[in-house]
Design a protein around this ligand. Structure first.
Ligand code: BES
Ligand code: ZN
Ligand code: ZN
Length: 516
């Protein structure tokens, strides 16, 4: 989508469709909606006057209303887009409403739209607290770009419903305000492109996106964006003594891929040895059958998305290459296919991880923590001072938190607080769960150092995090269990069904928080 920010009066702009945001400013509980448009253009407000007075449009998030030939406007159509209640309005509603506007074009076969930049000062302070222009611009572009994508990639009768052009129309303002908006707009574009790239990887079926292919796509991205990239396979795993990672991989005819992407800022050298180096580690199981502890057939097809953590890290590296924070970042992806086979690892096996720890395999379906064990340890040996991992690690996280919040674990308060801060910008939701040492007994093995599942089913996401913690040591670390949030089971007015690209935005913000 060709997306641009214009300083332009909305009423005088010729476009097939002009979208304007609307909020419900009714304050009393249970009161009829009272709709206000987030624009200071009298012509736009006038054009929508009658339909607003009718009460037909409630202004709910995801709701739209289309008017043809709106009087007094150069636009051919006027689309009212609901943001929900003014009282609870946040940047995230703007992101979703922008997406709703873009997706409203698709069934109509329209290819071009304009969005009136939400002017929250159109309302008095008692209705709406002002939202920062830079963040608004950013969220708006993100929502629009994410909404544009559909996942009918492999349909032979695929209809092209792409929206090709978006003009965001903002009013003339002070220079500093405009500069902030321009910067937010640019950032939003970069981050959304990266998130869409991650989503496109997750969308690929397991027969197309093997570990080798994931390595190729990551390498191609790195070449395009000017990042250093190395892709290793079986030999390197043996050389590094990655016994846990190899155990998962050994049952597949597809060789594993250890992908290492490096971003080095131009100024890093001058900052000396105390400068942080961030390690981003992703679980890249391109298909998870469960291995010998095989999964039930029902729903197994979904296990192509067991590389969503890897995709999030590859996507984040893309955005980092674009946004150029002043901090060194190393992205490491551990990719394998988890298959049952004559050569596959088995329950009862004992394997030795790169760190030297021995692991008793209780269940071959708990494979993600095995590849990450070696990935996390290896990333530390590359000099990383802070670690973050993302993984579709456990089904249990969906039981604990549902599909709205990602499960977050951390061994360090400061690192967690930094991450939290970034989620205010990303709009993604995370909920911290414990991984304190009193859970350690749960993964004690009788014959080895640890086992790869908890002693019971209880707290399955926590025991998985406890396992990872064994390989992190004292290094400040965040673990994101994205299993429940990486796939949208249903389409929403603002986003297609399928890969969500969760965590890319928050990981990027976390990285930027370290920018010198
Ligand atoms: N990839 C799965 C987790 C998963 C489940 C991701 C559902 C997305 C949706 C992971 O490898 C797995 O199978 N975990 C097991 C662990 C158990 C054997 C301790 C699980 O959650 O059942
Ligand atoms: Zn599994
Ligand atoms: Zn898995």
């Amino acid at each position: 989508m060709d997306t641009r920010l214009l300083i332009q009066d909305a009423a005088g702009f010729a476009t097939p469709l002009l979208a304007v945001f609307a909020v419900d400013i009714a304050v009393a509980a249970g009161a009829e909606p009272l709709i206000a448009l987030l624009t200071t253009s009298d012509a736009v407000t006038h054009a929508a006057g009658k339909v607003l007075a009718s009460g037909e449009f409630k202004g709910n998030l995801g709701e739209t209303l289309l008017l043809h030939a709106p009087s007094g406007l150069k636009a051919e159509r006027l689309l009212l887009v609901g943001l929900g209640k003014a009282k609870t309005l946040s940047i995230d509603e703007v992101r979703k409403a922008a997406g709703t506007a873009v997706r409203a074009l698709k069934p109509r076969g329209l290819r071009e739209l304009a969005i009136a930049f939400p002017e929250d000062h159109a309302l008095s302070d008692e209705h709406l607290e002002s939202l920062p222009g830079g963040l608004l611009a950013r969220a708006l572009v993100e929502g629009a770009e994410l909404a544009e994508v559909d996942y009918d990639t492999y349909k032979s009768d695929r209809k092209d419903l792409s929206v090709q052009k978006l003009s965001v129309l903002a009013k003339e303002s002070e220079k500093a305000v405009l500069a902030e908006m321009q910067a937010g707009f640019h950032e939003g574009l970069m981050v959304a492109k990266a998130q869409n790239f991650a989503r496109s990887l997750v969308n690929e079926p397991g027969n197309v996106l093997t570990p080798t292919e994931l390595g190729k796509r990551a390498a191609a991205m790195c070449v395009e964006m000017g990042l250093k990239c190395e892709v290793y396979s079986t030999e390197k795993l043996h050389e590094l003594k990655m016994g846990a990672f190899w155990a998962v991989s050994q049952g597949s005819v597809e060789p594993p891929a250890l992908i290492v992407m490096t971003y080095e800022p131009e100024l890093a050298a001058a900052e000396g040895e105390t400068a942080p180096v961030l390690g981003l580690v992703g679980k890249g199981i391109t298909f998870d059958t469960g291995g010998i502890s095989i999964k039930p057939a029902d729903g197994m097809d979904k296990m192509k998305y067991d590389m969503a953590g890897a995709a999030a890290m590859i996507g984040a590296m893309r955005a980092i290459a674009d946004l150029k924070p002043k901090v060194k970042v190393i992205g490491v992806v551990c990719s394998a296919e988890n298959m049952p086979d004559g050569k596959a690892f088995k329950p009862g096996d004992v394997v030795t991880a790169m760190s030297g720890k021995t692991i008793e395999i209780m269940n071959t379906d708990a494979e993600g923590r095995l590849v990450l064990a070696d990935g996390l340890h290896y990333t530390k040996t590359l000099g990383c001072t802070h670690l973050i991992d993302a993984a579709t690690l456990t089904g249990a996280v969906a039981i604990a938190l549902g599909k709205l919040n990602v499960g977050l674990f951390s061994n360090d308060e400061t690192t967690w607080e930094r991450f939290q801060w970034g989620t205010k910008i990303s709009g993604e939701k995370f909920w911290r769960l414990p991984c304190t040492d009193d859970y350690k007994d749960q993964i004690k093995s009788q014959i080895a150092d640890i086992m790869n599942t908890g002693a019971t089913r209880y707290g399955g996401s926590i025991t998985a995090a406890m396992f990872l913690k064994e390989f992190v040591g004292e290094t400040p670390w965040i673990h994101l269990d994205i299993a429940a949030c990486a796939w949208n089971d249903e389409a929403q007015p603002w986003i297609a069904k399928g890969p969500s690209g969760i965590a890319v935005r928050s990981i990027v913000e976390w990285v930027r928080s370290y920018s010198a």
